[in-house]
Design a protein around this ligand. Sequence first.
Ligand SMILES: C[S@@+](CC[C@H](N)C(=O)[O-])C[C@H]1O[C@@H](n2cnc3c(N)ncnc32)[C@H](O)[C@@H]1O
Length: 211
Amino acid sequence: MISRNILEHAKDIVTHAIVHQKKRSPRSSIYVIDGTMGNGNDSLFLVNQLDGNGQLYALDIQKEALVATKQKLVGQGIPSGQYKLILGNHAKMNTLLPANLVGQVTAIMFNLGYLPGCDTSLKTLAGTTIPALTTSLEFLHRNGVLTVAIYTGHEGGQDEADQVLLWAKQLSYHYFVSWYQIWNRPSAPSLLTIEKRTDETTTKSLSYRSR
Ligand SMILES: C[S@@+](CC[C@H](N)C(=O)[O-])C[C@H]1O[C@@H](n2cnc3c(N)ncnc32)[C@H](O)[C@@H]1O
């Protein structure tokens, strides 16, 4: 198939943002965040984009996710200095991540829902997802991107999707917001992407609290 599924589409956008940042600032380190580490597929993709010059921060509330992701990264020979795996709620990422990352991050990925094969009650919820996405925007630099893969098939998924999309629709013109959906498959996962167009919100450093 020629068309991209939403996960491939998310990766295309992240790759594009990282290539752009490397061209704009060739000697600078690239910072990326995985807001929902899970089995580490997105973390592995992100860390592989860094070409050894940068850092991945990945979060999850499940210890199993950290174990699976660590195993994946070690198995692929990724040096441990290139990533930090954090056990914690992404709604608290403003306290879990270093203060000096604000306005410095090129790409942030969220993959909502639950970890396949694990406890389905440990799923993302609008009440924590939206604070995490709001904070994520503060971490992005200009032209940095946030991608959010959204699932509606599980209990509570549609409610989370509705709230996240409403939140995104109300963002100011400092952000370029788009939503990618398979139009003739309304229950298929969809992809929200947000690019920060200006640094204005970052310079005000809205709600960042240091540890
Ligand atoms: C669909 S899975 C992520 C898949 C993952 N990106 C991958 O590549 O395998 C969603 C993950 O979000 C995690 N999660 C749910 N609520 C969370 C929260 N409040 N903070 C951090 N992680 C959370 C779950 O534990 C689960 O591992």
